[in-house]
Ligand binder design. Structure first.
Ligand SMILES: [Zn+2]
Length: 133
């Protein structure tokens, strides 16, 4: 799966810091490399590599994007959410971490192999399984 990360330089830096965790362990990898590594571990869990492109939008408030997508705020106070139909992940960089990214990537990857609708709870269970490193 091709992953395109969009956001301001500041939001990309904040997100990179949150993915790196402690400054002591700060890796020299780029944001793209780290995100693709996390995606790789999600694909291993799902068992297949999804096709197509996933867009990751980095912001400091998800609500304007929710209003644009849904016409209202659907997820109050969320750190991140995935739009399955748009194959997009929207992340509040101030409230995010590796687990949250893996969780949302799990939703996108799982959805890409479904040929019918599954229940919310099954989707959520798979995404939670993808969180574990
Ligand atoms: Zn979820």
């Amino acid at each position: 799966m091709n992953i395109v990360i969009q956001g301001s330089i500041e939001n990309k830096e904040t997100f990179l810091d949150s993915l790196n965790g402690s400054w002591f362990w700060k890796s020299k990898q780029s944001l793209e490399q780290i995100v693709n590594d996390i995606a790789g571990s999600v694909y291993v869990k799902i068992g297949r590599i999804p096709k197509g492109t996933c867009h990751i939008f980095l912001c400091d408030d998800t609500e304007p994007i929710q209003r644009k997508y849904y016409g209202k705020v659907v997820h109050k106070d969320v750190s991140a959410f995935a739009s399955l139909s748009r194959k997009a992940i929207i992340i509040n960089v101030n409230r995010s971490n590796k687990k949250i990214l893996a969780h949302e990537l799990g939703h996108i990857a799982f959805e890409s192999f479904l040929n019918r609708k599954v229940g919310y709870h099954l989707h959520e269970m798979v995404a939670q399984y993808c969180e574990e490193s």
